[in-house]
Design a protein around this ligand. Structure first.
Ligand SMILES: NC(=O)c1ccc[n+]([C@@H]2O[C@H](COP(=O)([O-])OP(=O)(O)OC[C@H]3O[C@@H](n4cnc5c(N)ncnc54)[C@H](OP(=O)(O)O)[C@@H]3O)[C@@H](O)[C@H]2O)c1
Length: 328
């Protein structure tokens, strides 16, 4: 079968199309014919060689996919054969066929297109886990979404609106803020402006109840200082490349919490909790409250440039790759 091979890490990484053996599904795994792959900031950091884990080279990248189940391994539910799933494969998704554990597969809701499904799972599951399970966001509260035009940020705006919150989206350019407005954000803040915190306080008349933070760096402490008493700061990631240090007198003085969000760890270590999360996510989607969509759809040959788009802060929303090697 054909697959995209990463030959060397880098910015951009060296990628080539290769003929490799088809994977075999192990116990509890599904063999999936891949239709589309969603990319995120994680893929760019991994292939740039800056993630703590470095798969040995060459390897097939791609973490999040949509496709049809062709076969299941020992102990897998045979009724899943033929199902269309959104799945997390961790790696190996940018190939004609891949394997994923069945507990990391979500049946795609009827009528959801492949590209939409590939833009949905990681960003929306992370957003719901962050806002509902970790942040206890309640209707009527105000949430500040940093990096609002990123893959996680865009999903968090949509989810927070569905949960009845007032959403402040923060980003670094007017174009990105316009994207956040179109996703439903109520208030827009350009954090490239050094006075952004003052602007924010004036516009919302006080502090925010929840901060969703996939960015890190200097922005994190500034955002924490914008929390209202009993606020919750949700640590989702460090897209800025810098892990911040927050003085612990700040949570004490505000009676506020810093909460770590790791959906990947939750999915692997708490499968029952994750099944419940997936049920809630599916219910929200079926109710019509969510609006997942890829920001753009690309051929396989565009992967290296899409990864650079994340690293160079050009990327907006969730780009999806259609897995058709003839067309790349
Ligand atoms: N904890 C979890 O369960 C979980 C799940 C998924 C992803 N993540 C992590 O969350 C982070 C964000 O992922 P994502 O897919 O949303 O990434 P993304 O689409 O690239 O969005 C990140 C945003 O961060 C901002 N940013 C600020 N400085 C940046 C820099 N130096 N380089 C790149 N972006 C910068 C950018 O917005 P502005 O230009 O507007 O500032 C960008 O839109 C990553 O660290 C990822 O690994 C965590």
């Amino acid at each position: 079968m054909k697959a995209l091979h990463c030959l060397s890490y880098g910015e951009p990484p060296e990628l080539t199309v290769a003929d490799i053996d088809e994977p075999l599904p192990g116990p509890g795994e599904a063999l999936i014919a891949v239709e589309a792959v969603g990319l995120g900031g994680f893929d760019a950091v991994l292939l740039g060689g800056r993630y703590q884990e470095r798969p040995s080279l060459p390897f097939v990248p791609g973490r999040e996919l949509t496709g049809r189940v062709l076969a299941v391994g020992e102990g897998g539910d045979p009724a899943m054969v033929g199902a269309r799933v959104a799945a997390i494969a961790f790696r190996g998704a940018l190939a004609e066929r891949t394997v994923a554990h069945l507990s990391h597969c979500l049946t795609v809701p009827a009528g959801m297109e492949a590209a939409v499904a590939a833009s949905f799972l990681t960003s929306y599951a992370t957003g719901l886990y962050a806002l509902e399970d970790c942040g206890r966001l309640a209707a009527g509260e105000t949430v500040l979404v940093l990096g609002g035009a990123g893959t996680v940020g865009a999903a968090a705006i949509d989810l927070a609106k569905a949960m009845g919150a007032r959403v402040v989206a923060a980003a670094s350019s007017p174009e990105k803020l316009e994207f956040c407005r179109a996703r439903g954000a109520d208030v827009l803040v350009d954090y490239a402006d050094p006075n952004w915190r003052k602007e924010l306080a004036g516009r919302i008349g006080g502090g925010v109840d929840v901060v969703l933070d996939p960015v890190g760096g200097a922005l994190s402490e500034a955002a924490f200082r914008s929390l209202a008493p009993r606020g919750r700061h949700l640590v989702v990631g460090f897209a800025s490349g810098e892990i911040p240090r927050i003085p612990l007198n700040l949570p004490l003085l505000k009676r506020a919490s810093i909460v770590g969000v790791d959906w990947g760890g939750f999915m692997q270590k708490e499968p029952d909790g994750n099944r419940d999360l997936m049920r809630r996510l599916g219910g929200l989607y079926d109710s019509g409250a969510l609006h997942p969509e890829p920001s753009s759809v690309h051929p396989v040959g565009a992967v290296a440039d899409l990864l650079m788009g994340f690293l160079e802060r050009r990327s907006v929303g969730k780009p999806v790759v259609r897995v058709e090697f003839g067309a790349s």
